[in-house]
Design a protein around this ligand. Structure first.
Ligand SMILES: Cc1ncc(COP(=O)(O)O)c(C=O)c1O
Length: 389
C-alpha cells in the first residue's frame, strides 16, 4: 500500500478533513433559505478576511475565470492597460486584456525579480495624459515564487488614477491583505490555494471605483456579468446555479481561517518559507529568489548541477508520494517549486526536506546527512525559541 499522495505544489493544496466532509453532504437547493444563510455567511467572512468595504462575488470557476471577469467588467475595447509582468501569471493578465481588445503595455522584469515601486512610478509619471485606465498586478507570482508589495504598488496606482486590478490567487488566505485601505479596485482569489479547498471556486472583490467603471464598461459579458451577481446578492443568492457543495466547504474553511486568525496564519507561512529556504540552502541548493521578495507560499530552487528537475520530482513521487512542481514555460526543467500554502505546517516542511535530501542522495548528490532538516530546525528555533510544530 502506498502512503497517500502529498501535494507540495502551488495548488491544488491539501484540504482539511472537515472541509472535505462538507462537500460529501447531499447538495442543498441553491434557492433555499438554508443555502442562502451559508452563502451570505461565506460572503461576509470573505469580506472580513480581505478587509473589503464593498462587494464580493463568489464565482463557480477557476482563478482565471475571475481574472477574465475582472477585465470584462471594468474595461472597454481600446482602453489602455499597463500590465506588470514578473512571470507567467502577470503575463496572463496582459493576454486576457488583449483578448478583450484593450491596448496593453507591459512592464517586464526578469524572472525571479519583483516589480519595484520605482519602476512603476517612473512609468506612471511618464503617462502625463493619464491614459492608462487600469494597471494589472500579480501579488504573488506563482511561476517564480516572488511576492510583490501590493500595498505600495496599489497606492501608487491610486495616485495616478488608474484602476488597480490585482491577482491574489496564491496569497489570499495566507497573507494579511487590506483591500480597501490599500486602494485595490478589483482583486481575485481562487479556492485551491490558501483557502484550503479543491479547485472550482473563485472570488472577486470589487471596490467602489471598479463598480463605477462597470457602469461604462463595454466588454462583452454574460455569465460573469458583475451586475447580475450584485443584483442577486440583494436577494441573498447567485444568478446561476453555484457549486453549492464547495460553498459549504468554503464556509467551513473560512471558519478555520477565522479561528486561527490571518495574522497568525501569515506568521505560520513566513516561518514555513524561512525554514524551507534554510533547509534547501543547508543542503547546498541555490534558491531562485532573494529573501527580500521571497513568497511566503511558494519556494523555487535550482537542482544541483548534476541532476535534472525531472529526476528529482520523479524520485520524490515514486519513493515518498510527495509531489513537487516543475518550473513553467521557459523555467521548465530549470527550477523546481515547492508549494506551502493553506493547510500546510512546519511538520510538512520538515517531511519534504527529509524526503528531498534522501532522494538527492539516491540520485548521487552528496550533502551531510540530516543537514536539510537540521538547518530548518535551527531556523525555526531562532524564529520561535521552540521546536517545530
Ligand atoms: C498567481 C496565479 N494567478 C492565477 C492563477 C490561475 O488560476 P486557475 O488555474 O485556478 O485558473 C494561478 C494558478 O496557479 C496562479 O497561481
Amino acid at each position: 500500500m502506498d502512503p497517500k499522495e502529498f501535494l507540495m505544489i502551488p495548488g491544488p493544496t491539501p484540504v482539511p478533513d472537515e472541509v472535505l466532509l462538507e462537500m460529501a453532504r447531499h447538495p442543498l437547493g441553491h434557492r433555499t433559505k438554508e443555502f442562502s444563510k451559508i452563502f451570505m455567511a461565506a460572503t461576509a467572512a470573505l469580506k472580513k478576511l480581505a478587509a473589503c468595504e464593498d462587494e464580493v462575488f463568489i464565482l463557480t470557476s477557476s482563478g482565471t475565470g475571475a481574472m477574465e471577469a475582472a477585465i470584462a467588467n471594468t474595461l472597454s475595447p481600446g482602453d489602455e492597460v499597463l500590465s506588470l509582468v514578473c512571470g507567467v501569471f502577470g503575463e496572463r493578465w496582459a493576454k486576457i486584456a488583449e483578448a478583450y481588445g484593450c491596448k496593453v503595455e507591459r512592464v517586464v522584469v526578469p524572472a525571479g525579480q519583483p516589480i519595484t515601486l520605482d519602476l512603476l512610478r517612473k512609468r506612471l509619471q511618464e503617462d502625463k495624459g493619464r491614459l492608462f485606465k487600469a494597471v494589472t498586478v500579480t501579488h504573488n507570482e506563482t511561476s517564480t515564487g516572488v511576492i510583490n508589495d501590493l500595498q505600495q504598488l496599489s497606492l501608487a496606482i491610486r495616485e495616478h488614477g488608474a484602476l488597480c486590478i490585482a491577482d491574489t490567487v496564491t496569497s489570499f488566505g495566507a497573507v494579511p491583505i487590506s483591500f480597501s485601505a490599500w486602494g485595490v479596485d478589483v482583486m481575485v482569489a481562487g479556492s485551491q490555494k490558501a483557502l484550503m479547498l479543491p479547485p472550482g471556486l473563485a472570488v472577486v472583490f470589487c471596490g467602489e471605483r471598479a463598480l463605477q467603471a462597470y457602469e461604462t464598461s463595454k466588454c462583452p459579458k454574460f455569465y460573469f456579468d458583475f451586475g447580475r451577481y450584485r443584483k442577486s446578492l440583494e436577494s441573498e443568492t447567485t444568478p446561476f446555479t453555484p457549486n453549492v457543495s464547495m460553498i459549504l466547504a468554503l464556509k467551513s474553511s473560512l471558519d478555520m481561517i477565522q479561528q486561527e486568525g490571518i495574522v497568525a496564519i501569515g506568521s505560520r507561512h513566513e516561518r514555513m518559507k524561512k525554514a524551507l529556504r534554510a533547509g534547501l540552502t543547508g543542503m547546498g541548493l541555490k534558491l531562485f529568489v532573494p529573501e527580500s521578495c521571497a513568497s511566503p507560499t511558494i519556494t523555487a530552487a535550482l537542482p544541483p548541477a548534476s541532476l535534472s528537475v525531472d529526476a528529482i520530482r520523479r524520485t520524490m513521487k515514486e519513493r515518498y508520494q510527495i509531489r513537487l512542481a516543475d518550473g513553467q514555460e521557459e523555467l521548465k526543467n530549470k527550477i523546481f517549486r515547492v508549494g506551502h500554502m493553506g493547510y500546510v505546517f512546519e511538520r510538512d516542511i520538515l517531511m519534504t526536506l527529509a524526503a528531498l535530501e534522501t532522494c538527492l542522495h539516491l540520485l548521487g548528490y552528496r550533502c551531510p546527512s540530516g543537514i536539510g532538516v537540521g538547518s530548518a530546525l535551527t531556523e525555526i528555533a531562532a524564529l520561535t525559541g521552540s521546536p517545530a510544530k
